[in-house]
Ligand binder design. Sequence first.
Ligand SMILES: [Fe+2]
Ligand SMILES: [Fe+2]
Length: 183
Amino acid sequence: MVINHIEPDHAEAFARIVEVIKPEKIFLTKSAKTGLISHFHREDYPFIEVKTGDEIKIGNRTIKFIETPMIHWPDSMMNYIVKGKILVSQDAFGAHYATSRRFDDEVDTCELIQEAAKYYANIVYPYSPQVNKLLQTVKQMGLQIEMICPDHGVIWRKEPEKIISLYERWSSYTCNLRVLIIL
Ligand SMILES: [Fe+2]
Ligand SMILES: [Fe+2]
């Protein structure tokens, strides 16, 4: 079991799920472990702390861990699944976008981008320096990304680079040039 974020909208059912599936190991950041123990009072769970650069192998899949503190809580982290080049991005690259569809190419692109921008402005914007640092880390790690699976909204599979480039722009406070014509 991997816990990427302990904010209650993500992890409220944590203890119940542990009781049902009885995971052999629970991978999480040091800060997530501290937070979960204080929320659920279960020091006895099989917690294993991980940090950026650590990885585990599950069958033919390798999962790499990337800490992303303050995106959007101190405990946050992401996972990169090597097979499939999938980034499980937790709060980043998400949107408060309710749809019965699962993928970006199944919904209206303009509406999706608008919702992603609104989400960035309301949730992620204060942590733009951390987003900038994360994007640099992803580049330094040389991760090729073919799919982004955020915890909110739809999965980016058609053009994951589109939302990455928008995050580069939004996190660097770059505005589009605009012209105002007064008649
Ligand atoms: Fe969050
Ligand atoms: Fe969230």
